[in-house]
Design a protein around this ligand. Structure first.
Ligand SMILES: Nc1ncnc2c1ncn2[C@@H]1O[C@H](COP(=O)(O)OP(=O)(O)OP(=O)(O)O)[C@@H](O)[C@H]1O
Ligand SMILES: [Mg+2]
Length: 194
């Protein structure tokens, strides 16, 4: 599938659609392994913009910050709709408010184990950026614990500069190529590997 976007909003919207598609699939059936979205393309071609939409489509409430300086960020996705009668920030549901608090702790980079609010509703989103890795990409990726992360179907992994890792490319469920056409125009090619 090939799409031309005419502004960052359209790229974000495309990400949102793919995110929602992945979420629906995962709610229906869990695959054997994590879902990998490999993003390829030059500087400023729209990868992070797409990931921001992708995260929204998956149901992530927090803002996606580019992980360029720390290689990887972890977020967790709480499916508020699946908990009857509660809304994000609803203090009357103690489980929900502690989950929100834990989300915020996650956002601050604190290592907390989220409370389970139902097995099916628990998903984790990892955002990686391999740009700064110059050599020994495989070793670096192994150090990040990618193999363990990949072995868990509750994980969704979006990888910028994925072309640096043959392993990531070979395991990817979605391979998405970004091309800078002009200031506001990008060509985005989506390949699904199902
Ligand atoms: N059609 C478009 N799609 C996406 N971004 C666009 C588009 N038109 C303009 N832009 C702008 O291009 C920039 C894309 O930046 P973004 O950080 O998403 O790129 P990136 O591929 O993640 O770059 P990097 O390799 O540095 O991480 C943003 O400033 C965005 O506003
Ligand atoms: Mg980026």
């Amino acid at each position: 599938m090939e799409i031309i976007t005419k502004g960052s909003y359209e790229t974000k919207d495309l990400g949102r659609k793919i995110g929602a598609e992945i979420k629906i699939k995962l709610d229906n059936a869990r695959p054997k392994n994590a879902s990998i979205i490999a993003l390829i393309g030059d500087l400023g071609s729209g990868k992070t913009t797409f990931v921001q939409g992708l995260a929204e489509g998956l149901g992530l409430e927090s803002r996606i910050i580019s992980p360029t300086f720390i290689l990887m960020r972890k977020y967790f996705i709480t499916d508020f709709e699946k908990t009857p009668g509660s809304q994000p920030g609803d203090e009357s549901n103690s489980d929900m408010s502690s989950t929100l608090e834990e989300t915020q702790r996650y956002q601050r980079g604190e290592d907390v184990i989220p409370k389970k609010i139902g097995k099916e509703s628990e998903l984790y989103f990892y955002h990686l950026d391999l740009y700064r890795i110059e050599e020994n990409v495989d070793a670096e990726i192994e150090n990040l614990g990618i193999r363990d992360i990949w072995s868990d179907p509750e994980n969704i992994i979006a990888v910028e500069w994925a072309e640096k890792s043959h392993e990531i490319i070979s395991k990817a469920n979605y391979l998405i190529n970004f091309e800078h056409i002009s200031e506001d125009i990008r060509k985005i090619v989506i390949m699904k590997n199902e």
